[in-house]
Structure formats: structure tokens, C-alpha cells
Write a protein that binds this ligand. Structure first.
Ligand code: ATP
Ligand code: MG
Length: 559
């Protein structure tokens, strides 16, 4: 189970506190009810942390329930990915995963109960007339000609529907509520429809499937859920939730409570749109490191702790808003700054030759894995005559602000010696290829003996022992803050969201395991890409930069 510090209260926890204090409930039972029609995203993580977190904090239970009433869009791949993601986030559901389809027989029975009570009828109106009769937000609806069909006939029709005698769209079962209700969802909503499709759990047993609103409340009640937490768009539907439970023979009546969904800037959060990104090939798949899916964030190098922390930081309210990407990024940066081992990697290498270091020899240096945490130990870093440094870390001349390597000046190599740039070579285009340096053998782990001050520190990798690696630098997937509002949202994609460079990493990283996260000193946080690791190829994903470069650009008015 995930263990986080005790959390600030929110309006939902206050309701639960009251229910426990008043004796309305003696324990708390929540559920997380995804529809298996896509991978989970960071918005779902908010709901997962809320539901499982409440169950944990109140010593209660949380069910995982697949809301699988729409077999056409659902698949076992999605079911498996959802289980994997929930567990990875650090949560365990109560008992076995549940499925709404586990209750298809019970639901069918309750539908018959409603028909028997004169509270449901089979409607043979076509789609267009149904739409017209429904009315609008400002105009009442009108009653269907099938609304007064006698109970016995309705029972027969529903039985025929169930037996497969009708085609899709030919008829549906509707709850008989109120065609003049100000709430559209109460205007005789469809509760069962004909669908001649195979279901991933129930096979070909059924050709009628219950609608979400009818299914959800009954599934909650059958599982003994106490508090059914959902997003704000279901606020009106709460009337229907309560109506169904009030009109069938069931003892349990969970309380539906709505909270606002998470919207995150520079990305989209609907499974339909995410699916479009995948099927249209804008990304590598659901787990592309640029995707806001749990699988994508995981592959990008986000940790379960950072995602739970994010959910805690944004809190739970009834206010709709758009959360800045910087808040999510700050969570992973804080986690990795504290917990990720340091390593050295050069992303845009130029060669350094230490001319007074013996050719062919090598010295093994010890480097701390974390500057503030000796418990994380040290690692061996080979130092050789030829090294790589970053191209941007050398200049022929520069002012004092440039605390790196300048011709004729000194700089410290991280975890190693002070070197001085003596001369350099360029290629035909004038690009620096090699910098020739001397090193001061008396500066390992100490300042120069004569009191010279060397301010700058740069990272490096031994040319002989360094390991080539592909390094993937990610940026925001979209270039506008609210891509969902664009007419063609794919047009808002950031064409530079992925830049691939060939770098060199220190040899200790050759054995790094899939998903392992590191701070590449002075460069950012990176992790071993799991997909490529499985193919035996060393690829690192940039999880996030060391600082929030977007915030800086925005302040400067550049973004
Ligand atoms: P989408 O619009 O992405 O398809 P959905 O609401 O249809 O989302 P479900 O699989 O039905 O997706 O969602 C499972 C649970 O997660 C629901 O309780 C839902 O309210 C919650 N949830 C989905 N998206 C968000 C979000 N952006 N923020 C918070 N909770 C969410
Ligand atoms: Mg849904």
C-alpha cells in the first residue's frame, strides 16, 4: 500500500467524518470505476488517489470496478493496463477486481422490477422522434406514444429484446420518470438497449446491455459502497442515481459526491482524444513518454510517489480549473532531487585531451552517488587521457559569468581534477572538435595548493570507457495551453516535442535497469527507457529539466 504523510482535509473527507460521527456509517467503502476503453491518465490518478487514499486513511476498503457496459470500445488489453497502473501507483483493491458485467443478471432483474412497478417501458420510437420528444433545456419534452403500454406487454417486449428478437436501435427500455423535468437525464432515460455484440467478459450471453446511469448506482449498492465519488459532469445525474435506488428493492443507498476533474495545461485528458493521438500515429503508443497517461508518465521517469504527491498538492474541490504543468513537474523534480543517484552524461560531446596524463593509462576515481546523502554510496568513475565534455561548456573566450572551460583558463572536472585549456582544433566549418588541456594532479578532492581559485565545475565522461547512448529530450506535446479547445486539436501539436541526440554516458550506466532514474549532473533528470531496454538498446528519456525552463521563458515573455 502507498504510504504518504497524513493529508489535509477536503470537503469529501468532511462529509465522511460527519457520517462516521453521526453513526450513518461505521466504515468507509469507496470504489474506482474506470471504463476499460483506454489507458488511465493523470486525471484518473487524481480519482485513484482520492478513492484509495480515503479507504486507506479511514481503514476502509476500495474496490476496483471495470465499468464495462459498452463492449464495442472495451478490451482486455485496457483491463490489464488499468490493473497494472493502479498497482504501480501503490494501491491494492479489495478482493478481486469487479466488473459491472458481473451484475448483468441482477441488473436485468431490477429492470424487470421497474417494468412490473409501471416505472419502465419499451419504446419503439426511432432515434429522430426520440430526440424530438426529449425537448431542450428551455422546452419540456413530450411523452412517447409507448409510455402507457400495459405492464404485461412491456414485460413481453423486454423478454423479446433479451431473446434477440429485435435489431439494434429498433427499441429500448426507458425509465418512466418525468418528460418535463428540468434535468434532461430525468426525461425517461434509456436504461437498456439492444447491442448484438460479443462482450469481453460475458461473451455472447447478452444482446441487451444496461446504460451507465442505471448500472453504476446499482453496482455501487450491490458492493456496499458508502461514498460514490465522481466528477462534476455527473451532478445532474445524481437525481437519476437516487431515483433508481429509491425505486428498486435494494437496501444499500450510497451517497454520490461530485468533485472537479483534473485538467492539465498543454495536454489533453480525454480517452477519445488520447486514442486519436495513438491511432493517428502522433505518438508511439499509449505509453509514449509525452502522453499524460500513467503508462507514459512511468516510461518518462515519473515515480508513483511523485504522482501521488501531485494529487495531494492539487487537492479536491468543486471548482473547475486548469492546472499548470509546472506543478506536476515540481513533484517529480522534488522526488528525484532527493532520491535519484547522480551520474555523468555528455549529450553533445567534444573531445578533451589531457596532454600531461599518460597515454594508455587510466585512474579509477570514486564519485558520490548523492551530494547530500552518503548512505547512497559511491561509484567508480574512470579518468583517462581522452574525455568528452559538452560542446557548450567550452569557449575560446568568455566573460566572468561563464563558469566553464575557457581557453587559457581553468575549470574543475566534476569528481576529478582541475584542468586548463591550452589550445583547440576545429573542423572545416569552424566547429570545435578537440580541446587540448593540462591537468593539475594535485587537485583531486581539494583546491589548488597555491590558493588559486577555480570557480567553475563541468561534467565529463571518459572517451575510452564511456558508453554511447541515445538520449531523448522531450518537450510539451502541445504548443497551446488548452489543446482540447482547438478545432483540430492535432494541429496544436508541438513539432519539437521530441529531440533525439546521441550522447556518451559514464560506464556505470551501461548496466542501469529499465526505468531507473538518475540526475545527469548539470543536465536534468533522466531514466532508462523500458521499451528500448527490452530490446537491449541503451536509451535514456529526459524526465524533466533541473529547473523549470518554461516558467523562466514565460516570465521573460518568450514562450
Ligand atoms: P475520459 O473523459 O478521459 O474518457 P471518463 O470519465 O470517461 O474519462 P472513466 O474511465 O469513466 O473515464 O473514469 C473512471 C473514474 O475516473 C471516474 O470516476 C471519473 O470520474 C474519474 N476521472 C476521469 N477523468 C478524470 C479527471 N480528468 N479528473 C479526475 N477524475 C477523473
Ligand atoms: Mg466514463
Amino acid at each position: 500500500m502507498a504510504e504518504d504523510a497524513p493529508r489535509a482535509s477536503n470537503f469529501i473527507r468532511k462529509i465522511i467524518d460527519q457520517d462516521l460521527a453521526s453513526g450513518k456509517h461505521h466504515s468507509v467503502h469507496t470504489r474506482f470505476p474506470p471504463e476499460p476503453n483506454g489507458y488511465l491518465h493523470i486525471g484518473h490518478a487524481k480519482s485513484i488517489v482520492l478513492n484509495f487514499g480515503i479507504a486507506e486513511d479511514y481503514d476502509g476498503q476500495c474496490n476496483l470496478r471495470f465499468d464495462d457496459t459498452n463492449p464495442l470500445k472495451e478490451s482486455v488489453e485496457y483491463i490489464n493496463s488499468i490493473k497494472r497502473d493502479v498497482q504501480w501507483l501503490g494501491y491494492e483493491w479489495q478482493g478481486k477486481p469487479r466488473f459491472s458485467s458481473d451484475y448483468f443478471s441482477a441488473l436485468h432483474g431490477f429492470a424487470i422490477e421497474l417494468i412490473e412497478k409501471g416505472l419502465a417501458y419499451v419504446d419503439f420510437s426511432d432515434q429522430d422522434s426520440m430526440r424530438t420528444m426529449r425537448g431542450t433545456l428551455t422546452e419540456k419534452g413530450t411523452n412517447s406514444p409507448y409510455r402507457e403500454t400495459p405492464v404485461a406487454e412491456n414485460l413481453q417486449h423486454f423478454s423479446d429484446m433479451t431473446a434477440g428478437k429485435y435489431k439494434e436501435g429498433e427499441c429500448s427500455l426507458r425509465a418512466k420518470i418525468d418528460m418535463s423535468s428540468p434535468f434532461m437525464c430525468m426525461r425517461d432515460p434509456v436504461i437498456y438497449r439492444v447491442r448484438h455484440v460479443h462482450h469481453h467478459q460475458t461473451g455472447d450471453t447478452w444482446c441487451v446491455y444496461p446504460m451507465y446511469d442505471f448500472t453504476h448506482c446499482i453496482s455501487d449498492a450491490l458492493e456496499g459502497i458508502t461514498h460514490s465519488l465522481c466528477t462534476l459532469e455527473f451532478q445532474d445525474n445524481r437525481r437519476l442515481y437516487d431515483w433508481v435506488l429509491n425505486n428498486i428493492s435494494i437496501d444499500c443507498h450510497p451517497q454520490q459526491i461530485e468533485f472537479s476533474r483534473l485538467n492539465l495545461e498543454y495536454t489533453v485528458m480525454s480517452k477519445r482524444k488520447l486514442n486519436e493521438l495513438v491511432t493517428e500515429g502522433h505518438v508511439e503508443g499509449w505509453n509514449d513518454p509525452r502522453m499524460p497517461t500513467i503508462a507514459g508518465l512511468r516510461r518518462r521517469g515519473y515515480t508513483p510517489t511523485s504522482i501521488r504527491e501531485f494529487a495531494h498538492r492539487i487537492g479536491v474541490t468543486k471548482m473547475d480549473n486548469q492546472v499548470e504543468m509546472g506543478i506536476l513537474e515540481a513533484c517529480i523534480r522534488d522526488d528525484l532531487n532527493e532520491n535519484a543517484p547522480r551520474a555523468m552524461a555528455v549529450l553533445d560531446p567534444i573531445k578533451v585531451v589531457i596532454e600531461n596524463f599518460a597515454e594508455g593509462s587510466s585512474e579509477t576515481l570514486q564519485a558520490p552517488n548523492h551530494p547530500n546523502n552518503p548512505d547512497m554510496g559511491t561509484r567508480e568513475v574512470p579518468f583517462t587521457r581522452e574525455l568528452y565534455i559538452e560542446r557548450e561548456d567550452f569557449r575560446e573566450s568568455a566573460n566572468k559569468k561563464f563558469k566553464r572551460l575557457v581557453l587559457g583558463k581553468e575549470v574543475r572536472l566534476r569528481n576529478a581534477y582541475v584542468i586548463k585549456a591550452e589550445r583547440f582544433d576545429t573542423d572545416a566549418d569552424g566547429n570545435v572538435t578537440t580541446v587540448y588541456c593540462s591537468y593539475d594532479a594535485d587537485t583531486l578532492g581539494k583546491d589548488p595548493a597555491d590558493g588559486r581559485k577555480v570557480k567553475g565545475v563541468i561534467h565529463w565522461v571518459s572517451a575510452e570507457h564511456g558508453v554511447p547512448a541515445e538520449i531523448r529530450l522531450y518537450d510539451r506535446l502541445f504548443q497551446v495551453a488548452n489543446p482540447a479547445a482547438e478545432d483540430v486539436f492535432a494541429d496544436a501539436l508541438n513539432p519539437d516535442s521530441l529531440q533525439i541526440v546521441q550522447g556518451v554516458v559514464e560506464p556505470s550506466l551501461a548496466k542501469a535497469e529499465a526505468e531507473a532514474g538518475f540526475q545527469f549532473e548539470r543536465t536534468g533528470y533522466f531514466c532508462v527507457d523500458s521499451e528500448f531496454a527490452a530490446q537491449g538498446k541503451l536509451v535514456f528519456n529526459r524526465t524533466v529539466g533541473l529547473r523549470d525552463s518554461w516558467a523562466k521563458m514565460e516570465q521573460a515573455g518568450d514562450a
